[in-house]
Design a binder for this molecule. Structure first.
Ligand code: CMP
Length: 143
């Protein structure tokens, strides 16, 4: 067990459907603590840069178009095994394959509009956190 940080985004569908509080409630229920947060409207270049690893995938254009379609809520979550824990709470990328009780199974409508993003590994988490936040903007809560 170790204290980790991970990057989370409530996507435009989650913000648009007024589900920020519901998503945060689920994070807090499993002990994930918000240590930084910002609402923002991503530019095309910002969304493309964030999802650069998917640049060659067939869904890239639609993904970027969706991510810039409205405001997103970006947060850093901290806690024991935060990266895996956040992925558990989110459920599988495709809501149809996600376990009942997860954010995506309960709230998402499709793989394209799946409410939340979360970092998938330690190196990705470090890169994604640094993409949106400076160290000074993070408020440690468990160390
Ligand atoms: P996210 O975790 O934000 O990472 C990339 C996003 O691309 C993913 O969630 C989905 O919303 C979207 N996406 C659309 N089609 C696919 C696919 N076939 N595989 C993975 N991600 C997809």
């Amino acid at each position: 067990m170790s204290i980790e940080r991970t990057l989370s985004i409530v996507k435009p569908d989650g913000v648009g459907r007024n589900l920020i509080g519901e998503v945060y409630r689920r994070f807090e229920q499993v002990g994930l603590k918000v240590v930084a947060a910002r609402m923002m409207r991503l530019s095309q270049a910002e969304a493309e840069g964030f999802y650069a690893v998917h640049r060659e995938r067939p869904f890239f254009k639609d993904l970027v178009r969706f991510m810039i379609s409205g405001p997103v809520m970006v947060q850093v979550l901290e806690g024991e095994n935060a990266i895996a824990k956040n992925r558990e709470v989110m459920g599988a990328t495709d809501p149809k394959k996600a376990d009942k009780g997860t954010i995506r199974a309960d709230l998402a409508t499709s793989i394209d509009e799946n409410i939340v993003h979360g970092s998938d590994a330690k190196d990705t988490a470090a890169r994604e956190i640094a993409y949106f936040f400076r160290d000074i903007e993070l408020c440690p809560r468990t160390r």
